[in-house]
Structures are given as structure tokens and as C-alpha cells.
Design a protein around this ligand. Structure first.
Ligand code: ZN
Ligand code: ZN
Length: 312
């Protein structure tokens, strides 16, 4: 018998965002939605997902308020999916996914990694502090309880089943996001990384913070070691014990976690305010992320980066 997982975990906005987004199909749908894919058949042909699964994911995104249906033909009735304001606000999250993938996994091989900014140059998006405008290093921040501090239910069991199904085949035609989807497309993996940024390193600590079964935790830790996001370090000889630390590649996921957190704070706080508040130590102000172009320094957002060729 394994120990029963705790039913509550400490609330954090990145975790809440991942409860919704930490699914490989959902991330692909969003990625395509930002390429202006809008119709069911277009999603289906680009993702190659079974009809029932695609319907399920689109419905989830509608229920969450990320997508909405709009009618584009009356007879017969035909509808397409549009991003809501809440959905469009995920643009910088997808930008951070592309950024990470392009920086660490041979971006040059995949044209889709070449982001172009309104200044006319190919660029890499950067995370800066909205107050002092300095680049943000994960070692330069600290976190305090916010007005919405509390607990959330641990992830429901269905997430575990879904995670196990979601391996491999989706990205065969879309290899550009493969690594990022391995990390983010599984909510345990992604939450694990979020906790690593909170300073957790040991098996028991991850287990307690995530409310995850030990076998699932072992599996996800192994995956992250293979991906080069975590490394293992021995901290005790007898009995031999290891802790898990972020590698340089792993630490570079920080801008993505910050963006997930920002989005969760804004849209999923249940009216209570953020559960946690991040401060930028060098300037002492609350960290308001600002995503900029590394070439010209201006904001990198949907308007300045948007897709060049709309897909009907
Ligand atoms: Zn600052
Ligand atoms: Zn620029």
C-alpha cells in the first residue's frame, strides 16, 4: 500500500494555470489558435487528434473561458473557436514556451522557432522586471504570502491517467515543441518544476507539496533527469540519498513559470487576490513581468509578434 496522497496542497497560481493548461493537446490547440486556426477541422488535421478527444479539449477550454464559439455561417450552422481576452492573455505564455524550446533544442532546425518582432528582426523574448526593467534571474526573487494564500485541492486522479496516455505521437508532425510539451504537457512534471523554483529538492518534499503518488513522482523525476531539466546530487552517503536540482536548462524555464503565474494570478484567483506574491530583490518591488524583444527592447506581445500568415 502506498501512502494516501494529501487532498490539499498550497495554492499557487502557476499550479492553477497548469491544472488547466498542463495537457499536451490543450497546449497544441492554444499554439494553433495563436496561428489563427479557428475551425474544428483545421485543428483536427493539424493535431491529428481523435475527434472525441479534440471535442473534450475544446470544451474544456470553453468552460474555462479561454475559447468561445462564434458562428460564421447560418445555414447550415457553422461555428469556429475564438480566443477570449483570457485566452489572448496566454500569448506570452506560448512565447515563453517557444523561447525555451528554441534556446535549448536546436531551434534553427525548425522555422517556427524563428520569432520575428515588429522591429523587423528575428529575436528572443526576454523576461524583465516591469519596475526596474532589469533581466530577471530566478535567484533574484523571493516570494511572500498574498491575500489569496491558502490551499487548493490536489490534482484529481483523472489527471494521472491522462498524463500516462499523453506520450509521443502528437508532435510527430510538429517536432518544434516536443521538449516543451514533454515538460509542460504533463501537469505533474510542470508542477514539479514550479516547486523546484520554490526551492524544493527532496523526494519527500515534492511528494508533500504536490500530493502525488510516489510511483508517479519517481517516474516524472526520471523523465526530467533524461530531459536535462533536473540533475541528481547525492547529499547523504549512508543510506545513500539524493536531491534534485534544476540544471541551467531547467532554470531557464523560469520566465515560463513567471508567465504562468502571472496569468493564473490574473484569471484564476477566484476574486481573492494572488495566493503568493513575487518580489524582485534588486529593486524591492513586486515582480510585474515585462516580456521584451532582445533586439530593440520594446514589448513583445500579440500585436508585435503575431503570426504572419493567417490560417482560415
Ligand atoms: Zn526590479
Ligand atoms: Zn524588436
Amino acid at each position: 500500500m502506498t501512502a494516501r496522497a494529501p487532498s490539499l496542497v498550497q495554492a499557487n497560481s502557476a499550479g492553477r494555470a497548469l491544472n488547466l493548461l498542463g495537457d499536451r493537446w490543450i497546449l497544441m490547440i492554444l499554439y494553433l489558435a495563436f496561428q489563427r486556426v479557428r475551425r474544428f477541422d483545421a485543428f483536427q488535421s493539424r493535431i491529428g487528434l481523435a475527434r472525441s478527444l479534440l471535442i473534450d479539449r475544446l470544451r474544456r477550454l470553453q468552460t474555462a473561458g479561454v475559447l468561445e464559439k462564434a458562428r460564421y455561417q447560418e445555414r447550415p450552422i457553422r461555428e469556429e473557436y475564438h480566443l477570449t481576452d483570457m485566452g489572448r492573455d496566454l500569448f506570452t505564455v506560448t512565447l515563453m514556451i517557444i523561447r525555451w524550446e528554441a534556446r535549448w533544442f536546436d531551434g534553427a532546425a525548425h522555422p517556427v522557432h524563428r520569432l520575428k518582432h515588429a522591429c523587423g528582426k528575428p529575436f528572443t523574448p526576454e523576461l524583465r522586471c516591469g519596475h526596474c526593467r532589469a533581466l530577471v534571474d530566478p535567484r533574484d526573487v523571493y516570494v511572500e504570502d498574498g491575500p489569496g494564500v491558502g490551499t487548493d485541492p490536489a490534482s484529481p486522479p483523472r489527471a494521472q491517467r491522462r498524463s500516462i496516455v499523453a506520450s509521443g505521437t502528437l508532435t510527430d508532425g510538429n517536432p518544434m515543441l516536443d521538449r516543451a510539451l514533454q515538460v509542460l504537457g504533463d501537469r505533474w512534471t510542470a508542477r514539479l518544476i514550479a516547486q523546484a523554483f520554490m526551492g524544493l529538492r527532496r523526494f519527500k518534499d515534492f511528494q508533500g507539496a504536490l500530493g502525488v503518488a510516489p510511483n508517479i513522482l519517481s517516474d516524472r523525476l526520471a523523465r526530467l533527469l533524461t530531459l536535462g531539466v533536473l540533475r541528481r546530487e547525492r547529499y547523504q552517503l549512508r543510506p545513500e540519498r539524493f536531491e534534485y536540482r534544476l540544471t541551467e536548462t531547467g532554470r531557464d524555464l523560469y520566465p515560463l513559470i513567471v508567465e504562468l503565474n502571472r496569468w493564473g494570478d490574473r484569471w484564476l484567483d477566484g476574486g481573492k487576490g494572488p495566493p503568493l506574491i513575487t518580489f524582485h530583490r534588486p529593486c524591492g518591488h513586486r515582480l510585474e513581468p515585462r516580456i521584451t524583444c532582445d533586439q530593440c527592447g520594446d514589448l513583445a506581445d500579440l500585436e508585435s509578434v503575431g503570426p504572419k500568415e493567417p490560417t482560415p
